[in-house]
Design a protein. Sequence first.
Length: 370
Amino acid sequence: MFPTRAQVEAAALARLRCRGGLILLKDDFAAARTHLFLDMNYEQTVDLDLAGPKKQRLGVWSPRVCRYCQKSPPETTFKQEAHAIPECLGNRRLISLDECDRCNQQFSHTFEHHFDDFTRPMRTAEAIRGKNGVPGFKSPDGKARVEHNASRKNFKIQEEERGAILAEEEQAKALVLTLKSQPYVPLEVYRCLVKMAFAVLPDQELKHFDLTRRWLVEPLVPPPPILACMAFSHIAILPGPLAVPHISLPRISLWRRRDGRMPAPYMLATLGFSRWIFMYALPLSIRDEHLAPGRFRVPTFDLARNPAFINARWDRIALHSPAMETTLEHTIAMTYDSVEEITWEEFGQPPLPDQPTGEGKRDISDIDRL
């Protein structure tokens, strides 16, 4: 089902009022059209907000069967606590009872490792507390580092060369960090996103995603055309500088297509954490056999309906490559209360830990967040 022109115009006007604008833009019509398509053709089947002190467990205690490799004791074990969403995103509450130790270890050493490298800059800058606290950041060339001090609620930024990752906007009392992720495999990042959605997939839907299950547990290979077309994610970022370390627990939702023949994937997922939202499709479902590569759409909801994201926009990042990519650049603005700059010459100490002494001045800036 597609929205009519009148429906799109009405939704675009409503969006204009939401964002407090005076002139209708092309973006208003585009966002209204894709949101209406989502609303008319999909229903939300899962919505898990990981707030609250109690753990939420997926699956059953007995009998224990792994939803990935489909093995049960004594072929495999379930001694470790498996997290449906990686701990690096701050998840300590959503636990999978149906993920065996062998699959848990395999996922950790493969696509979760690449997802960690892909998201580390944003998790460091936004003080997202993972398994071992807020992760530190080290530039790929080793010449700059960022560390979060939880007790002082500030950041320490080390640069071997001034301006390597940090720029100051004095009038706005803001610092702009430009952080490059460590090398990662895009298709492994997509597999990690798909695994999170597969972990919360209702049991009655598993029969539609057996190929997806096998793709998650088998070695990574170049994707077939339909998978390559689906291997991307829409990403939205809450705009504006960070006033405080913005810590919020992750949230994951699933959207199921109502009409069996619509040119759109059967299942969509949204993952939100801190200031970020990912929206993507679950691939390889038997309910998508009618889809042709490049002849379907992955709709998004209208960000303007959430006041916090009213000035945000969706960007699309391709995740189909099975080859290692160098870096992805993240630019993050942070407001500050005070900045203290210290040169290493004042201390007479080596410039950076584990770094040989070189020419030039090294700086450390302690940023006290508001």
